[in-house]
Design a binder for this molecule. Structure first.
Ligand SMILES: Nc1ncnc2c1ncn2[C@@H]1O[C@H](COP(=O)(O)OS(=O)(=O)O)[C@@H](OP(=O)(O)O)[C@H]1O
Length: 180
């Protein structure tokens, strides 16, 4: 594969990513539904568990968080050095260091600094700052997540534990995601 190709893989803690995905699908369903009033949406908990209480591995938001399933195939094509793994949770909390890593990986002149961002209290996220104004990402980015039963969160984290280890082995890096 062309050695000049560089890939960025942004990953979040798998359970948070699944809830984010669920929140996005639910928002899309609410606007697309031809039925009015829309029937009450199924909860994340209902969709994540099968009637026998086991994890619904076929539920897309859960399946997509099993990162090693995808990464092992990409690594058959691209050498590890051509892929930068970006910690999406750190990107949200403190974007500048993550963006500086990306600049370096892409071989760009270092230009990004703290002066480019400010924390927007209303949005609850960092937003871009330029000489005259600021610009946040659209309202479809940074939606409020529903409260999820902590028992289900713990169950899912346990489920992802083994998958995360496989992912860490593939990328040669431990992202330290909680396993309970
Ligand atoms: N600065 C800033 N402002 C707003 N949102 C931010 C920011 N940085 C990262 N994020 C996170 O980006 C998440 C949405 O990105 P996605 O890649 O999932 O979007 S998409 O699926 O391609 O539409 C989105 O996920 P949710 O919080 O679940 O909405 C955000 O947490």
């Amino acid at each position: 594969m062309n050695a000049s190709i560089k890939l960025l893989l942004i990953v979040r803690e798998p359970v948070t990513r699944a809830i984010s995905d669920y929140t996005q699908l639910r928002a899309h369903a609410a606007t697309a539904s031809p039925v009015s009033p829309t029937p009450p949406p199924k909860t994340f908990e209902q969709l994540s568990l099968l009637p026998n209480g086991s994890i619904n591995e076929a539920y897309c938001p859960l399946a997509i968080s099993v990162y090693h399933n995808y990464v092992h195939r990409w690594l058959e094509v691209f050498p590890r050095e051509q892929i930068l793994i970006v910690n999406g949770d750190l990107l949200i909390e403190d974007p500048v260091p993550q963006l500086q890593k990306i600049e370096k990986f892409l071989g760009l002149e270092p230009r990004i600094g703290n002066h480019n961002f400010y924390f927007n209290e209303t949005k609850g996220f960092y937003c871009l700052r330029n000489e005259t104004s600021g610009r946040c990402l659209r309202e479809t980015k940074g939606r409020r997540h529903p409260r999820v039963d902590p028992i289900i969160i713990a169950k899912l984290r346990k489920y992802y534990g083994e998958h995360n280890q496989k992912f860490y082995e593939l990328i040669g890096e431990d992202l330290g995601w909680p396993e309970e």
